[in-house]
Design a binder for this molecule. Sequence first.
Ligand SMILES: C[S@@+](CC[C@H](N)C(=O)[O-])C[C@H]1O[C@@H](n2cnc3c(N)ncnc32)[C@H](O)[C@@H]1O
Length: 371
Amino acid sequence: MELALNEPKHGYYGAGRARIGAHGDFVTSPSLGSDFAALLAPQLLTWLASIPRTVPDQRLSIVEIGPGEGHLARDLVVSLRGSDPELLARIEMVLVEANPGMQRRQQALLQEVDDLPLRWCSLEDLRSSPVHGVVIAHELLDALPVERLIWRDGSLQQQWVELDPNGDLRTTDRPLTDGLQHEINRVCSQAGIQFPPLDAEEGWTTEWNTALPDWFAAVSTAVNAGVLLVIDYALEAQRYYTARRSEGTLMAVRAQQAGLSPLDQPGEQDLTAHLCIEVVDEAAEQNGWLVGDQAKQGETLLALGLAQRLHGLQQLPGQHLAEALQRREALLRLVDPAGLGAFRWLTYLRGLPEGGFSLSGAPGSSESRRD
Ligand SMILES: C[S@@+](CC[C@H](N)C(=O)[O-])C[C@H]1O[C@@H](n2cnc3c(N)ncnc32)[C@H](O)[C@@H]1O
């Protein structure tokens, strides 16, 4: 999965081949139009304004990790126009992209954006000067390489990929390495996960995201104080590691089609696996993050004013009918409970005082109580 996605010459992202959007391989919320960023921006501003200053003109950073085409960063900059000038003057946008091919595409898209200071750097670069601010990981963690595990003859096996005699890819199973078994045992006992489920049948298949601890460790060193917002396909452990989900969540996607073979055309298609919320929370906590509010995207976007935005489309002059219809469709897709509306918004806090960092629409958050 690492090679198929990130190998610099042939990987799907590594070579900059990924195409995200209605005319690409798959859509993401930011690729549906600028309304997503416009709804998110006030939430980010509320958090940024609440971060305590250590110096009077404390720089505040909006860091996006894994920006893809760069849609969200571009639309956020535009959405922030007209905000409180004192706050805006302190904000910079930082993009962290592991794949040079994708970074080139982002730079091309953002070349004319000059409202805010904008820079690209790695998490390692940020370590020497950690930021205060907000970090966004939108559909990034589902692209981190996972291990595929299979229940056979009463034990878990690890799936490997090898070449068959014809030079085609095929899978083969081997016993789990001690390190992986130990890590799974540790996380499951910490998070109270029954893994594998007691009623798992022969051949039950699932994924384990081994990259999360290192990723959270790297983000920790890059942030002094701030909110980390993870937006992704995510399930609770009891819905992820259940006997009924017997084929796991690994998906190959190309030309708006899901359900393809993950071994097909490596480097030509996206590969993704859902997140298990408890496993993500555990990796975050282990690396110094406090688990904050969590909510479904549909609830959060409604709390952030999606319905009012939908209503506002009626005020668009008649000649903008096509635009209004397109935006209406996009807004409805963002909250569709059977699609993007079921995405999870997971927040993690670091170096912040208690209170002031709730997520709109989260159960128990002050914003949702006000509604
Ligand atoms: C599925 S795309 C998501 C793009 C965008 N956030 C969106 O939702 O439209 C994943 C992005 O993360 C980048 N990426 C993958 N692994 C990364 C890592 N470890 N650090 C930073 N970026 C990474 C990919 O190159 C790609 O730009």
